[in-house]
Design a binder for this molecule. Structure first.
Ligand SMILES: Nc1ncnc2c1ncn2[C@@H]1O[C@H](COP(=O)(O)OP(=O)(O)O)[C@@H](O)[C@H]1O
Ligand SMILES: [Mg+2]
Length: 201
Protein backbone atom coordinates (compact mmCIF):
# COMPACT_ATOMS: atom_id res chain seq x y z
CA UNK A 1 0.00 0.00 0.00
CA UNK A 2 1.25 3.46 -0.86
CA UNK A 3 2.31 5.49 2.12
CA UNK A 4 0.31 8.66 2.60
CA UNK A 5 2.78 11.49 2.25
CA UNK A 6 2.38 14.03 5.01
CA UNK A 7 3.46 17.39 3.65
CA UNK A 8 4.41 20.22 5.98
CA UNK A 9 1.25 22.22 6.61
CA UNK A 10 1.42 25.75 5.26
CA UNK A 11 -0.35 26.78 8.45
CA UNK A 12 -0.45 24.94 11.72
CA UNK A 13 -2.09 26.16 14.90
CA UNK A 14 -1.37 24.07 17.99
CA UNK A 15 -3.08 24.08 21.38
CA UNK A 16 -4.57 27.53 20.92
CA UNK A 17 -6.41 28.94 23.93
CA UNK A 18 -7.95 32.36 24.33
CA UNK A 19 -10.22 33.85 26.99
CA UNK A 20 -12.11 37.14 27.02
CA UNK A 21 -12.61 37.74 30.71
CA UNK A 22 -14.71 34.84 31.98
CA UNK A 23 -15.47 33.57 28.47
CA UNK A 24 -13.18 30.79 27.27
CA UNK A 25 -13.47 31.49 23.54
CA UNK A 26 -10.92 28.82 22.54
CA UNK A 27 -9.59 25.84 24.45
CA UNK A 28 -6.63 23.83 23.18
CA UNK A 29 -7.63 24.16 19.52
CA UNK A 30 -5.57 22.62 16.71
CA UNK A 31 -5.80 23.52 13.03
CA UNK A 32 -3.79 22.38 10.03
CA UNK A 33 -3.96 23.77 6.50
CA UNK A 34 -1.98 22.09 3.74
CA UNK A 35 -0.67 23.72 0.56
CA UNK A 36 -3.47 24.18 -1.97
CA UNK A 37 -6.08 22.89 0.46
CA UNK A 38 -9.51 24.42 1.12
CA UNK A 39 -10.57 23.93 4.72
CA UNK A 40 -14.12 24.60 5.86
CA UNK A 41 -14.39 25.96 9.39
CA UNK A 42 -17.85 25.45 10.85
CA UNK A 43 -19.73 25.53 14.14
CA UNK A 44 -22.57 27.35 15.84
CA UNK A 45 -22.47 31.04 16.69
CA UNK A 46 -19.88 31.74 19.39
CA UNK A 47 -18.02 28.48 18.63
CA UNK A 48 -14.80 30.48 18.24
CA UNK A 49 -14.34 30.51 14.46
CA UNK A 50 -13.71 34.25 14.12
CA UNK A 51 -11.48 34.33 17.18
CA UNK A 52 -9.33 31.51 15.80
CA UNK A 53 -8.93 33.31 12.47
CA UNK A 54 -8.18 36.62 14.20
CA UNK A 55 -5.47 34.89 16.19
CA UNK A 56 -4.06 33.50 12.97
CA UNK A 57 -3.84 36.98 11.43
CA UNK A 58 -2.57 38.65 14.58
CA UNK A 59 -5.73 40.74 15.08
CA UNK A 60 -6.12 38.98 18.47
CA UNK A 61 -3.35 37.60 20.64
CA UNK A 62 -3.51 34.04 21.92
CA UNK A 63 -3.17 33.25 25.61
CA UNK A 64 -1.26 30.08 24.77
CA UNK A 65 -0.40 27.79 21.90
CA UNK A 66 1.67 28.06 18.75
CA UNK A 67 1.16 29.31 15.20
CA UNK A 68 3.49 27.92 12.55
CA UNK A 69 3.64 29.19 8.98
CA UNK A 70 5.54 26.97 6.58
CA UNK A 71 6.84 25.08 9.60
CA UNK A 72 8.27 28.16 11.35
CA UNK A 73 6.90 29.57 14.59
CA UNK A 74 5.36 33.00 14.14
CA UNK A 75 4.00 35.66 16.40
CA UNK A 76 2.07 38.16 14.28
CA UNK A 77 1.25 41.27 16.24
CA UNK A 78 -1.15 42.65 13.63
CA UNK A 79 -2.88 41.74 10.36
CA UNK A 80 -0.26 43.91 8.63
CA UNK A 81 2.42 41.48 9.69
CA UNK A 82 0.47 38.38 8.65
CA UNK A 83 -0.35 39.99 5.30
CA UNK A 84 3.36 40.36 4.67
CA UNK A 85 3.58 36.60 5.22
CA UNK A 86 0.84 36.04 2.61
CA UNK A 87 -2.10 35.57 4.97
CA UNK A 88 -5.25 37.54 4.28
CA UNK A 89 -8.64 37.49 5.98
CA UNK A 90 -11.71 38.47 4.00
CA UNK A 91 -14.89 39.50 5.77
CA UNK A 92 -18.35 38.85 4.44
CA UNK A 93 -19.85 42.14 5.52
CA UNK A 94 -17.80 44.55 3.45
CA UNK A 95 -19.40 46.42 0.58
CA UNK A 96 -18.51 45.27 -2.90
CA UNK A 97 -16.48 47.69 -4.92
CA UNK A 98 -18.80 47.89 -7.91
CA UNK A 99 -16.37 48.40 -10.77
CA UNK A 100 -14.24 45.36 -9.96
CA UNK A 101 -14.94 41.68 -10.24
CA UNK A 102 -15.23 39.32 -7.30
CA UNK A 103 -11.64 38.13 -7.62
CA UNK A 104 -10.26 41.64 -7.40
CA UNK A 105 -12.52 42.36 -4.47
CA UNK A 106 -11.28 39.28 -2.67
CA UNK A 107 -7.78 40.67 -2.79
CA UNK A 108 -9.07 43.91 -1.36
CA UNK A 109 -10.68 42.01 1.50
CA UNK A 110 -14.25 42.59 0.42
CA UNK A 111 -16.98 40.03 -0.02
CA UNK A 112 -20.14 40.83 -1.93
CA UNK A 113 -23.44 41.22 -0.12
CA UNK A 114 -26.73 42.74 -1.14
CA UNK A 115 -28.87 43.72 1.80
CA UNK A 116 -29.10 40.86 4.27
CA UNK A 117 -28.80 38.24 1.58
CA UNK A 118 -25.59 37.26 -0.05
CA UNK A 119 -26.36 37.34 -3.71
CA UNK A 120 -26.39 33.75 -4.99
CA UNK A 121 -24.69 34.66 -8.23
CA UNK A 122 -21.94 36.52 -6.41
CA UNK A 123 -21.50 33.56 -4.04
CA UNK A 124 -21.22 31.25 -7.02
CA UNK A 125 -18.55 33.45 -8.57
CA UNK A 126 -16.77 33.58 -5.25
CA UNK A 127 -16.70 29.79 -4.97
CA UNK A 128 -15.39 29.58 -8.53
CA UNK A 129 -12.69 32.10 -7.63
CA UNK A 130 -11.72 29.96 -4.65
CA UNK A 131 -11.32 26.94 -6.94
CA UNK A 132 -9.23 29.01 -9.35
CA UNK A 133 -6.99 30.16 -6.48
CA UNK A 134 -6.74 26.53 -5.37
CA UNK A 135 -5.52 25.59 -8.85
CA UNK A 136 -2.84 28.23 -8.38
CA UNK A 137 -1.85 26.50 -5.15
CA UNK A 138 -3.38 29.00 -2.72
CA UNK A 139 -4.48 27.42 0.55
CA UNK A 140 -7.77 28.78 1.89
CA UNK A 141 -10.08 28.58 4.88
CA UNK A 142 -13.78 29.25 4.39
CA UNK A 143 -16.16 30.03 7.22
CA UNK A 144 -19.78 29.60 6.25
CA UNK A 145 -23.04 28.39 7.74
CA UNK A 146 -23.92 27.06 4.29
CA UNK A 147 -22.55 23.53 4.29
CA UNK A 148 -23.47 23.18 0.63
CA UNK A 149 -20.92 25.90 -0.21
CA UNK A 150 -18.27 24.20 1.89
CA UNK A 151 -19.03 20.86 0.27
CA UNK A 152 -18.89 22.48 -3.18
CA UNK A 153 -15.29 23.65 -2.83
CA UNK A 154 -13.76 22.17 0.32
CA UNK A 155 -11.30 19.34 0.85
CA UNK A 156 -11.75 19.05 4.57
CA UNK A 157 -14.07 20.45 7.21
CA UNK A 158 -13.29 21.12 10.85
CA UNK A 159 -15.96 21.64 13.50
CA UNK A 160 -15.64 23.90 16.53
CA UNK A 161 -18.07 23.83 19.43
CA UNK A 162 -17.88 26.16 22.43
CA UNK A 163 -14.25 26.85 21.65
CA UNK A 164 -13.10 23.27 21.13
CA UNK A 165 -12.31 20.92 18.26
CA UNK A 166 -15.17 18.40 18.17
CA UNK A 167 -14.64 16.73 14.83
CA UNK A 168 -13.09 16.82 11.40
CA UNK A 169 -13.97 15.10 8.14
CA UNK A 170 -12.65 14.72 4.61
CA UNK A 171 -15.31 16.21 2.35
CA UNK A 172 -15.01 13.35 -0.16
CA UNK A 173 -15.84 10.67 2.37
CA UNK A 174 -18.45 12.58 4.38
CA UNK A 175 -21.83 14.21 3.91
CA UNK A 176 -23.52 17.46 4.88
CA UNK A 177 -25.74 15.47 7.26
CA UNK A 178 -22.78 13.89 8.99
CA UNK A 179 -21.13 17.27 9.50
CA UNK A 180 -24.40 18.79 10.66
CA UNK A 181 -24.62 16.00 13.23
CA UNK A 182 -21.13 16.85 14.53
CA UNK A 183 -22.07 20.54 14.76
CA UNK A 184 -25.16 19.68 16.80
CA UNK A 185 -24.09 16.60 18.77
CA UNK A 186 -20.27 16.84 18.83
CA UNK A 187 -18.94 16.62 22.37
CA UNK A 188 -16.54 18.98 24.07
CA UNK A 189 -14.07 17.59 26.63
CA UNK A 190 -16.30 18.81 29.48
CA UNK A 191 -19.28 16.99 27.97
CA UNK A 192 -17.27 13.78 27.56
CA UNK A 193 -16.19 14.01 31.18
CA UNK A 194 -19.69 14.48 32.56
CA UNK A 195 -20.92 11.61 30.36
CA UNK A 196 -18.20 9.39 31.86
CA UNK A 197 -19.22 10.47 35.38
CA UNK A 198 -22.87 9.64 34.67
CA UNK A 199 -21.85 6.24 33.35
CA UNK A 200 -19.70 5.50 36.39
CA UNK A 201 -22.61 6.11 38.76
N1 LIG B 1 -13.51 40.98 21.37
C1 LIG B 1 -14.20 40.17 22.17
N2 LIG B 1 -14.47 40.52 23.44
C2 LIG B 1 -15.17 39.70 24.26
N3 LIG B 1 -15.65 38.50 23.88
C3 LIG B 1 -15.41 38.11 22.62
C4 LIG B 1 -14.68 38.91 21.69
N4 LIG B 1 -14.61 38.26 20.52
C5 LIG B 1 -15.25 37.09 20.70
N5 LIG B 1 -15.74 36.99 21.95
C6 LIG B 1 -16.47 35.85 22.52
O1 LIG B 1 -15.78 34.67 22.20
C7 LIG B 1 -16.68 33.62 21.86
C8 LIG B 1 -16.37 33.12 20.46
O2 LIG B 1 -16.79 34.11 19.53
P1 LIG B 1 -16.47 34.05 17.98
O3 LIG B 1 -15.03 33.72 17.80
O4 LIG B 1 -16.96 35.31 17.36
O5 LIG B 1 -17.35 32.81 17.51
P2 LIG B 1 -17.92 32.49 16.07
O6 LIG B 1 -17.16 33.28 15.05
O7 LIG B 1 -17.76 31.01 15.92
O8 LIG B 1 -19.38 32.88 16.10
C9 LIG B 1 -18.07 34.19 22.02
O9 LIG B 1 -18.54 33.84 23.31
C10 LIG B 1 -17.85 35.68 21.90
O10 LIG B 1 -18.84 36.40 22.60
MG1 LIG C 1 -17.81 34.72 13.72
Amino acid sequence: MAKKIETTPIIEMRHISKAFGAVQALRDVDLKLHPGEILGLVGDNSAGKSTLMKILTGAYHRDSGEVLVGGSATNFRSPHESRDAGIEMIYQDFALCGNMDVGQNIFLGRWPVSGWFVDRKATQRLLETMLELKRQGVAQIIISHRLQDIFAVGDRVMVLKRGENVGERDIKSSSENEVLHIIVAGRTEAEKKSARRRKAK
